[in-house]
Each structure stands twice: as C-alpha cells, then as structure tokens.
Write a protein that binds this ligand. Structure first.
Ligand SMILES: NC(=O)c1ccc[n+]([C@@H]2O[C@H](COP(=O)([O-])OP(=O)(O)OC[C@H]3O[C@@H](n4cnc5c(N)ncnc54)[C@H](OP(=O)(O)O)[C@@H]3O)[C@@H](O)[C@H]2O)c1
Length: 202
C-alpha cells in the first residue's frame, strides 16, 4: 500500500514513518515537504499539491503531519499572521482533501492533524485554537459528505515530549505525550475502518 506523508521529515512525520515501518503490513512510503522528503510540495498552493499528485500518481493513504500557525498575543495578531495561519495549517489541509481525494484509491484514507490547543487554551494560542478546531470539524463533516468510498479522520495530539524544549514556555500546565503515541494513532487509523473521527491523543 502506498502512503503519502506530508511533513514526513518533521518531528511527527518521522515518528509516523518509523511506526509504519514497524507494522506487519507492507507500505511504500512517500514523504513530502517544501525542501525535505522524496517529493517537494508546498501545501499552501493548490497548484503545487496538484503537481505533486501528477508526479506520484494515485496513493492508498494520505497522512498530514505539516502546517503551522502564528503564536502571538491576540492583540498583536496582524492580518498577515491570520492569513499565514489560515493558508498553512487550515487551507493546506482542506486542499489536501479536495485535491488528494481525487488521487486516492477507493477504500483509502486521509488523516489530518489538529491539536490539543483547540480545547486546552494556552497563552498566544488563539490562531492554533481556531485552526485546530476548524480542522477537526472539517474532517468529520468531509467524511460525512464525501461521495467517494474513502475515510477521512483527524488526530488531535497534545504537545510532544520531544517538542517541549522548543515549546515548554507556551505549554505550561499541559501534559505532554510521546510523539510515538501520536504516530501510532495515525497507523491505527490507516489499519482500521475508523471514519469521521477525531482521535485525541492527550
Ligand atoms: N510538535 C508538537 O508538539 C505538536 C503537537 C500537536 C500537534 N502538532 C502539529 O503536528 C504538525 C507537525 O508538527 P511537527 O512538530 O512535527 O512540525 P515540524 O517538526 O516542524 O515538521 C513539519 C514538517 O512539515 C513540512 N512542512 C511545513 N510546512 C509545509 C508546507 N507549507 N508544505 C509542505 N510541507 C510543509 C516540513 O518540511 P519542509 O520544511 O521541507 O517543508 C516538516 O517536515 C503541525 O501541524 C503541528 O501543529 C504538533
């Protein structure tokens, strides 16, 4: 089975690749990123996503482990911060579903990435709260609405232990999880028949 992992060389993406390689099932893994990975794509551009699928052809599963948003105090958010955040983690994932679903084999799956900040609020985290909430609702609604026989879900993890060096000042009071636990949630989605769910890894 052919699995596309967007952001496959990041903290989460690397862990997903590792867990897929440990599975008893055999996967052909394609990693994608703007600079890293087997194939280059910028998820903020529809044309770039389309060009990537033209090159790699149909896949069985799409996993999204990319996308970011601005962390800043609410009062300091600029229009550029808002546009950047929406274009990256939200519209990038919406377009990955709209375009990616055309290149997904029947019975395939798309798994998006949300995050704990949608319900455990942290200082400077309003853009992530907005986007993670929208991603989770979009994944469930898209699974309900899509005609093609594919599954759409999202994984919503807490901050990773491995990222605490970078983020510990922001995530005060939030219990981190090992990135391996979040990665396993993605593998479970691929290997099950879960559909229209938000899998919380808290
Ligand atoms: N880290 C955490 O604690 C945590 C917790 C919960 C949720 N999350 C979510 O998990 C996702 C991954 O986080 P991470 O910590 O693994 O991030 P990361 O280590 O920064 O990795 C992100 C990956 O995505 C790729 N990428 C970034 N922007 C892209 C774009 N526009 N188009 C295509 N590829 C792009 C990067 O590769 P290139 O640089 O080559 O593009 C990189 O491989 C994010 O959505 C994050 O919000 C993270």
């Amino acid at each position: 089975m052919k699995v596309l992992i967007l952001g496959g060389h990041g903290t989460l993406g690397t862990a997903i690749v590792k867990e897929l390689n440990k599975s008893k099932k055999e996967y052909e893994i394609i990693t994608a990123g703007r600079k890293s990975g087997d194939i280059q794509v910028d998820m903020t551009s529809k044309e770039s996503i389309e060009a990537m699928f033209q090159k790699i052809g149909n896949v069985d599963h799409i996993v999204n482990a990319a996308g970011s948003a601005t962390m800043a105090p609410l009062e300091n958010l600029t229009q550029e911060d808002i546009k950047f955040s929406l274009n990256s983690k939200l519209l990038g994932q919406v377009n990955m579903v709209l375009i990616g679903s055309k290149y997904l084999n029947e019975k395939g799956s798309i798994t998006l990435i949300a995050g704990i900040i949608k319900e455990e609020f942290i200082k400077m985290g309003t853009m992530y709260a907005l986007i993670n909430g929208a991603v989770a609702s979009f994944a469930k609604a898209a699974a309900f609405d899509i005609e093609k026989d594919i599954r759409i879900n999202c994984v919503s993890p807490s901050v990773f232990n491995e990222s605490m060096v970078e983020y510990e000042d922001y995530f005060k009071g939030v219990k981190p999880v090992p990135v391996e636990k979040a990665a396993l949630a993605f593998v479970n989605v691929i290997e099950s028949d879960i559909n229209g769910e938000e899998i919380k890894v808290y």
